[in-house]
Design a protein around this ligand. Structure first.
Ligand code: HEM
Length: 401
């Protein structure tokens, strides 16, 4: 049996798909969590394409007594809306967050990448996450929204609070540890929401040339987004702009490190950078799972799931489904087809995918130009996100010699 990248670097034990294994069952009820796990690609795709049966409003199923201090769990974000409200919201935000807005960022992304790399002390070491993969997407999204990029140490503190837990939140277990994790996460969320609320209020009084103003002013059939809708959307953008692209960049470098023949080929032929990014998204999927709830009894892969059940859709496992991907454990940027689910599917398909792809391409290109060698260091393993719903580096020491 070959050693997988997950074994080499000690990735989360529960992520069996990273260790060359297919699931024993593609749909199973996890009694200890009170939720269903779905691991198969066609099953997940069918669920994501049927929002009428599988709702994104997951908060409705979280028992009230599970939330400490009677706080409100709902974020009200676009991610949790169902049709018809979702269609309206998505159309409105798409008016502000357009393909042109993203494409126009390319020179600025390149400039920020160069500035960040210039600031790294000379020598033959580079910690990729602190040096580039974390600050780049945060600065880009902060500038785009129009909030000061210099406040990024504040965002980092709040976002870390939100994602620091290494436990899976359970719908049945209630203990001190879970309480503390939820409390910490809600405190981070509240701080971020208050911060963004202040900026939205300013834009309402004094418009500027930024995305927050565009969101405040976006109109559909005479309707605008409410204050809390703008805040919630900005919240999602800032969050998504943080950890996901950081993981994408780090994971892509880690995949190429583990596959030196591809590292050579991609460096020699830069047209291979985009397919290498797509294959990294399949191979090490940053958001390993997305959640849905059944609004009625439903059939999933031949299994009957009752109404009002929470489902965790393990897109990361689906991206290794041998019924869809030939040799799923092989890293192959030139595989004939790559219908990975890393950005989701259907009506909630990631709005930020073009931005994430652009940042990945620009940053990798510049990294390859600057550093003829980028290798992980055997005695200094990368550190990964502690949460099992995520797969991504949070620290990646590299040698450039
Ligand atoms: C590699 C980077 C990224 C990954 C892997 C990723 C992944 C995802 C996934 C899986 C979804 C669907 C969630 C669901 O169906 O419940 C999603 C939705 C979304 N993503 Fe991303 N994302 C990334 C980057 C970004 C960036 C950079 C932004 C914004 C700047 C962003 C903004 C959003 C938004 C707003 C949604 C919600 C869309 C909707 O509900 O209609 N994402 N993302």
């Amino acid at each position: 049996m070959t050693t997988t990248l997950a074994d080499t670097w000690g990735l989360h034990e529960s992520q069996f798909w990273l260790r060359g294994k297919q699931p024993e069952q593609r749909v199973e009820f996890a009694a200890e969590l009170g939720m269903w796990n779905v691991y198969g690609h066609p099953e997940i795709e069918a669920i994501l394409r049927d929002p009428g049966t599988f709702s994104s409003d997951t908060t409705r199923l979280v028992p009230k007594d599970l939330i400490p201090d009677g706080q409100d769990m709902t974020t009200g974000s676009i991610l949790q809306l169902d049709p018809p409200l979702h269609n309206k919201m998505r159309k409105l935000v798409s008016r502000a967050f357009t393909p042109k807005v993203v494409a126009d960022l390319e020179p600025r992304i390149a400039a920020i990448t160069r500035e960040l790399l210039d600031a790294i002390p000379p020598g033959d070491r580079l910690e990729l996450v602190a040096g580039l993969a974390y600050p780049l997407p945060v600065i880009v999204i902060a500038e785009l929204l129009g909030v000061p990029a210099a406040d990024r140490h504040l965002f980092k503190g709040w976002v870390d609070k939100m994602f620091d837990s290494s436990d899976q939140v359970s719908l049945v277990k209630k203990d001190e540890q879970q309480d503390a994790a939820i409390r910490k996460s809600l405190a981070g969320q509240k701080a971020l929401t208050d911060y963004l609320g202040g900026h939205v209020d300013e834009r309402r009084k004094q418009p500027r040339d930024d995305l927050l103003t565009k969101l405040v002013e976006a109109e559909l059939d005479g309707e605008r987004l409410s204050r809390s809708e703008v805040v919630d959307f900005a919240n999602v953008l800032l969050l998504a702009g943080h950890i996901t692209t950081t993981m994408l960049l780090g994971n892509a470098v880690l995949c190429l490190d583990a596959h030196p023949e591809w590292d050579r080929r991609v460096r020699a032929d830069r047209s291979l950078v985009p397919p290498a990014i797509e294959e990294s998204l399949r191979y090490l999927t940053p958001f390993a799972a997305v959640a849905r709830t059944t609004v009625r009894e439903a059939e999933v892969g031949g299994v009957t799931v009752p109404a009002d059940q929470m489902l965790l859709l393990w897109v990361a496992a689906a991206n290794r489904d041998e019924r869809v991907f030939r040799d799923p454990g092989t890293f192959d940027p030139l595989r004939a087809e790559n219908p990975h689910l890393a950005f989701g599917r259907g009506i909630h398909f990631c709005i930020g995918a073009p931005l994430a792809r652009l940042e990945g391409r620009v940053a990798l290109d510049i990294l390859f130009d600057r550093y003829p060698v980028l290798r992980a260091i055997p005695g200094e393993p990368p550190k990964f996100q502690p949460n099992p719903n995520m797969t991504g580096v949070r620290e990646l020491p590299l040698t450039t010699a």
